[in-house]
Design a protein around this ligand. Sequence first.
Ligand code: 8QM
Length: 413
Amino acid sequence: MIRPDAEVSGRLTEAPSGAPPIPRVDVDPFSNEFFENPYPAHEALREAGPVVHLDKWNVYAVARYAEVHAVLNDPLTFCSSRGVGLSDFAKEKPWRPPSLILEADPPAHTRTRAVLSRVLSPAVMKQIRDRFVDAAEVKIDRLLAKGSVDAVADLAEAYPLSVFPDAVGLRQEGRDHLLPYAGVVFNAFGPPNELRQTAIERSQPHQAYVQEQCQRHNLAPGGFGACIHARVDAGDITEAEAPMLVRSLLSAGIDTTVNGLGAAIYCLARFPEEWARLRSNPTLARNAFEEAIRFESPVQTFFRTTTKDVDIGGHGVREGEKILMFLGAANRDPRRWADPDRYDITRKTSGHVGFGSGIHMCVGQLVARLEGEAMLAALARKVATIEITGPVKRRYNNTLRGLESLPITLKAA
Ligand code: 8QM
């Protein structure tokens, strides 16, 4: 199934003399079989070589930490403006107008990044922190009163939906489009498999909702959305750019934290010693969340496109090739991490690539960490035990790793 058996020499007319050929690995990282248990394939991809070729989708891939980190930190050679999914925007029409931040390169990226960076800054976190912490405590109190709940629907989804749309300044009506819209966004980064095609076919109502809510008149004063539109008045961005940057928040701001929180709860439910350590020291909440991001890597993969002929780990790759980065494999590479398959809430997590790395590294990471810290601290203070009490069901998505259902029973401390 996974055989580093044959070779390709890139699209080079001649392989550079002395360079060994690029191993071909027969694995489909966008199949349900892979989603169920990606770890044996991650290991095979890392062990096959610093760069491999996936015949199934005709792309190169990197799965070792060093190469994933190197690709992320050379954005001029490995560009984002041709799309960060499999589709090459130089050859195919994108399914929606490209993101002005995710799917952009410097210098265009620099200006839009600065705007979102400022809207999601440490100073802004200070203003919203109490609301996020209070909502987490209220949520845990209500779940404790029920006892048996679904950690996905009732916690990992419900908590972000109770704080983030308000923080953006969205009206109540229509919020049920937010998760389906994000589902399309993350499936669309994948190859043209059934997940992607079906998601895009059904996306129209969700796209219409998002486009309308991104307009200035639909965003409450004081929220992230209004703050983005205020940058038009300051001259930082145009009137046409503002709604597109609000769209980025609605695309990337919810399903990511849903799956980050889901990962953290799933870890704490499976590893009772780590849960005990968190309970005895709730100030570990922020690192316990960060370690769950490393351990599960809710955003599993992203692509780049080469802008010139380049050497990756001693192998030549031509201009115009898609490179798939396995963030989840890099985050468990034994070359970089001691005991990588252990969830350890006191691990030094810095350097993990679960939020990416370099100029595109998650601009919303402070919001994500605020949600994670608030929720895990509330759990640590109020809950004695988290027991898995029903069948764990996986959710299949081309980019996001997470669960469909995690039945748990909570007992109060
Ligand atoms: C993924 O639309 C966007 O700008 C956007 C969409 C998805 C992401 C980021 C940005 C990485 C979380």
